[in-house]
Design a protein around this ligand. Structure first.
Ligand code: SF4
Ligand code: SF4
Length: 147
């Protein structure tokens, strides 16, 4: 039997809205009708023009699939947005806060140099470090969904 966590999907998606859908509450319906939770990171929607939006969205798989079908039925284009995380080397103050929660140990303290090293090849782009870094050195980059 699936646990609630196994049944939950979380994705970053890039949406394109045809001009005729710009005044419809299709995005609100994702929460109101399907109970999905989302966070809009970028949006540009103007009347009479095609709109674009990037969002981090999650919810039970069935609701997620139904919500995506609903968007497509309303002419909204839906594509997954690839995400990667990079570090601004000039900003990092090597405080070590991020090393405690990085699940893949992509951020680790070098005990000899006392510097925090970032190994991008082992980073899963979960984004947790971006929430705790006191100087915003860790940054999420979207490889599509960029406007
Ligand atoms: S939390 Fe930010 S400043 Fe501190 S070590 Fe990590 S990346 Fe560097
Ligand atoms: S995004 Fe996640 S896996 Fe990558 S360095 Fe940050 S905490 Fe570690």
């Amino acid at each position: 039997m699936e646990t609630p966590q196994e049944n939950t999907l979380r994705k970053i998606i890039y949406l394109t809205f045809p001009p005729e859908s710009s005044n419809k509450p299709v995005v609100c319906d994702l929460a109101r009708v399907y109970g999905l939770v989302f966070n809009i990171s970028k949006a540009q929607i103007t009347p009479r023009h095609e709109g674009q939006m990037t969002m981090d969205i999650s919810g039970p798989k069935e609701a997620f699939d139904a919500g995506m079908t609903y968007l497509k039925e309303h002419g909204v284009g839906v594509v997954p947005a690839a995400q990667r995380v990079s570090r601004d080397e000039d900003r990092c103050i090597h405080c070590g806060v991020c090393t405690a929660l990085c699940p893949t140990r992509a951020l680790s303290l070098n005990i000899e140099t006392r510097l925090v090293e970032f190994h991008e090849d082992t980073c899963s782009a979960c984004g947790m470090c971006t929430k705790v870094c006191p100087v915003a050195a860790m940054e999420i980059l979207l490889e599509n969904g960029v406007m």
